[in-house]
Design a protein around this ligand. Structure first.
Ligand SMILES: O=C(O)CCC(=O)N[C@@H](CCC(=O)O)C(=O)O
Ligand SMILES: [Zn+2]
Length: 347
């Protein structure tokens, strides 16, 4: 069995992760006229045979962190449905299972957190850097294609959180100099019943930030529940998201709505790990979005104490074990948005 034969049978995930199968680029056309292109190991481009006037170019990525398996299962399900002719997308798609080596090792990354490797092209010092570079190239050429109608660019990068969370699903909207917070993107968050959205206040080096900043994509990192091994995910808890993703790819457009069901947060500050003394005052399994009243001691680094600031703040992604210089936590506050030309933060 060759790589492409496996994929044609719908087995995108198993082909991607079977490193004994040599990867050879391939392309073929389904009965419906949909064009499938295997561009890299784990990178499958889908092109409908006609371009609609509301066309989008949509990147749907999973497996940037190898142990976050629920999103990988969702991308496999979607790819299988398309490859076997059960699902007919009306938009161009780039489906990604990003890091097969990390998936096979059941780890977040091999040597370096790949989701911090999208600011620039990396020196190829390890496998994480090599894969990040290949993904950058894949996304650059996917968005780079010029067509009669210039499609709206989207990127949903799917993850799972390491620890429990007050919000089972939540999205992070990267901070970008481009207009990457459209009403339609935020309407999607609501359609998918994602419980919360967090507006970043600084450029980062994540995959979703890359697409927003360099390609003006409507981009989100989306946290879908908690990390678990393959077979131990309860995908029923992600049914709303999965249905909304299906509609996103198969329908011309989704209605624009915002009724404040989604909790909005803004990042008030980022705690960076400056030294090996970095520590938190709370246990590792503290749920994301735990709120601290003003004045509560949160931890310290090199003698500098972290204290919850005015009116209190909540903590997201606390992790004292990150590399020096990296984000050890986001501190967030509740906020409100209104829909204008794109969404606007108003408090
Ligand atoms: O649960 C955690 O601590 C991390 C989960 C995760 O991988 N989150 C992403 C968020 C990326 C972003 O800020 O857009 C990450 O840390 O890479
Ligand atoms: Zn992740």
């Amino acid at each position: 069995m060759t790589f492409v034969d496996e994929v044609k049978r719908g087995r995108f995930l198993s082909a991607t992760c079977d490193l004994s199968l040599p990867f050879v680029p391939a392309d073929w056309v389904l009965e419906s006229g949909i064009h499938c292109q295997l561009l890299q190991r784990g990178v499958l481009q889908i092109t409908p045979n006609e371009q609609i006037s509301t066309a989008k170019d949509i990147v749907l990525s999973s497996g940037v962190h190898g142990n976050e398996t629920a999103p990988i299962e969702l991308i496999q399900q979607l790819a299988e449905g398309i490859l076997l002719g059960h699902i007919e997308p009306v938009h161009r798609l780039l489906l990604i299972i990003a890091h097969p080596e990390a998936i096979n090792h059941k780890t977040r990354f091999i040597e370096e957190n790949m989701n911090r490797l999208f600011k620039v092209r990396n020196s190829e010092r390890n496998i994480d850097c090599k894969v990040a570079n290949q993904l950058q190239e894949a996304v650059n050429s996917f968005y780079g294609v010029s067509t009669a109608v210039q499609p709206e660019r989207w990127h949903l990068d799917l993850h799972c959180a390491i620890r429990p969370s007050e919000h089972y699903t939540f999205a992070i909207s990267p901070y970008s100099h481009k207009h990457s917070r459209s009403n339609s993107l935020f309407s999607f968050i609501q359609h998918a019943k994602i419980e919360a959205v967090l507006l970043a206040n600084d450029p980062s080096s994540t995959f979703s930030w890359f697409s927003a900043e360099y390609h003006g994509a409507q981009a989100l990192t989306i946290e879908l529940g908690k990390v678990a091994d393959f077979g131990n995910n309860n995908l029923a808890l992600l049914a709303h998201f999965s249905r909304a993703m299906m509609k996103l790819v198969t329908e011309n457009s989704l209605p624009i709505t915002w009724n404040n069901d989604v909790e909005v947060y803004r990042v008030s500050r980022t705690l960076l790990k400056q030294s090996d003394d970095f520590n938190f005052s709370f246990p590792d399994d503290l749920p994301n979005f735990t709120f601290f009243d003003e004045g509560v001691y949160l931890g310290s680094d090199s003698g500098e104490a972290f204290i919850a600031d005015e009116k209190g703040e909540a903590v997201v992604f606390p992790n004292a074990n990150v590399a020096l210089g990296q984000r050890a936590a986001l501190m967030v506050k509740k906020a409100h948005i209104i829909f204008e030309e794109q969404i606007r933060l108003c408090g």
